[in-house]
Every structure is written in C-alpha cells, then in structure tokens.
Design a protein around this ligand. Structure first.
Ligand code: BGC
Length: 260
C-alpha cells in the first residue's frame, strides 16, 4: 500500500526530536507540508526542517510553548500563513517530569507535566478543531503512551496526563465525528529516544526494561512514524476514537509468560 498525503498540511508538536521528529519526516516523505513545532531546541528544529527540505519536502519550524494558549493560537496563524489550514495535527510534545513519589512530588513540577501534556494537547486540538469542523475534514492524532493504562511509580503526573489525553481523544472524537473529523491516539511503549536514554544506556536498567517487553527489544521511532502515517491517511478512514498500542507487547502482562 502506497500511502500518500500530497496536498495535506500537517502540524507536529514536539517535532524537533524523538518520535515527533520521525513523524514530521515520515509525513513529509508521504507528501504533506509540515509545521515542525519546538519550544526548547531551535537548532534541532531547524536541522529537522533542513533535512526535510533537502529531500524536496516542505516544512517550517514554529516556536511555541504549547502550554500557553496565546502561543498556540500564534502557531496556528503562522502555519496557516505558510501552508494553509491544517489537515493533520499530531500532538506529540510531552514531558515526563522528575521521578518522585506522589507524596514527595513538587506541586509546581506536577502541574507543569499536566500543563504541557494535557492542556497543551487541548489547546492545540481546540485550534485545529475550530478549523477542521468548519471545513468538515481533518485528523488529530495524539501520542499517548502505554502509561495511559499502565501505572508507573514515580510518574503520577505523567500517567494521569496520558490517561486524561486518552479520554480527551475519545470525547473530541465523539464531538467531531459528525463533521467528518477523526480524533485518535497512538500509545507507544518503550521507544528508544532521549526521554528514556538514562534507562537504555544503563545495563541493569535496560535489562529490567527488556523484561517488561515480550518482543525483547525497544521500539524505534520509525515504527511509530509509519503507524502514524497510516492512521492519518485515508487508508485508515474508518478509525477514530481509539488508542492504537505499539508496544512490543508491553501491555500483554509479560510476567504471565510463566506461572499464574
Ligand atoms: C515513556 C518512556 C518509557 C515507556 C515505557 C513512555 O511513555 O516516555 O520513558 O520507557 O513509556 O515505560
């Protein structure tokens, strides 16, 4: 199946690194014009855009802190000015915060995770939906995590934000379906990126992580990007209001490979 997104305009939040960067590249390779959102790393965002343009794609870097609704509104104005209204929004930007038990967590740090992961997804989706509902077409895809369903000690803000985005996805999908707009999520497992580098570069922690994955390996960003490209394309035109897990079996209770 040859998936094409020619003529489509896509915005990828957190598009300068990790999973977001791979998605930005993949959407461009399928023909979409891509807005690469970033907040911290300008150099990486511009390198991502250059990489896309070097391969005859169309992309611009757009700086915006997605937890700031005014900045988000400005980002959509910039995207529209460059390429037109968005057909595809990928909410990928996210942070996991510093590990701390719930009773020790710093409330301000806890709030920041929710503000970026949940409010950021909401602000971006609201801007996109205002345009998509009016045009009666569009797809929003939220990158959640296996931690929308798996508890994770030390990361209560992160797990709560991902579970909330899962329900936000379903609710927005229900609201937008009559207008021809799909809203869905991809829930990755352990994908080898900077966010979990301290784990996969440490032999003991890496071995522990691999025990949690029946397939016995971390995922690669391309394995998420190819799934996302399919899901936002017309090849997936009947899929909405759901999270698609891509986790090497992490949610398959690997401990039950023995005993029980
Ligand atoms: C986290 C990673 C973690 C993975 C599996 C992801 O949501 O960002 O750090 O390795 O879940 O636990």
């Amino acid at each position: 199946m040859n998936i094409r997104l020619d003529g489509k305009v896509a915005l990828v939040t957190g598009g300068s690194t990790g999973i977001g960067q791979a998605i930005a590249r993949a959407l461009s390779a399928s023909g979409a014009s891509v807005g690469v959102n970033y907040v911290a790393n300008r150099a990486l965002a511009y390198a991502t855009v250059k990489g896309i343009c070097d391969e005859d794609g169309r992309a611009i870097a757009i700086e915006a802190d997605i937890s700031d609704p005014v900045a988000v509104s400005g980002m959509f104005a910039q995207l529209e000015q460059a390429f037109g209204a968005p057909d595809i929004l990928i909410n990928c930007a996210g942070i996991d915060g510093k590990a701390a038990s719930s009773w020790e967590a710093d409330p301000a740090a806890w709030r920041k995770v929710i503000e970026v992961n949940l409010f950021g997804t909401f602000y971006c989706s609201q801007q996109a939906l205002q345009r998509m509902v009016e045009r009666k077409s569009g797809v929003i895809l939220n990158i959640t995590s296996v931690h929308e369903v798996i508890a994770w000690s030390g990361y209560s803000a992160y797990t709560s934000s991902k579970a909330a985005v899962s329900m936000l996805t379903k609710t927005m999908a229900q609201e937008a379906a009559p207008f021809g707009v799909r809203v869905l999520a991809v829930a990755p497992g352990a994908i080898q990126t900077d966010i979990n580098k301290s784990v996969w570069t440490d032999p003991v922690q890496n071995a522990d992580l691999l025990e949690k994955i029946p397939m016995g390996r971390l995922g690669q960003v391309q394995e998420i990007a190819s799934l996302v490209t399919f899901l936002v394309s017309d090849a997936a035109s009947y899929i909405t209001a759901t999270s698609v897990l891509a986790d090497g079996g992490m949610t398959d209770y690997p401990d039950f490979a023995h005993g029980g």
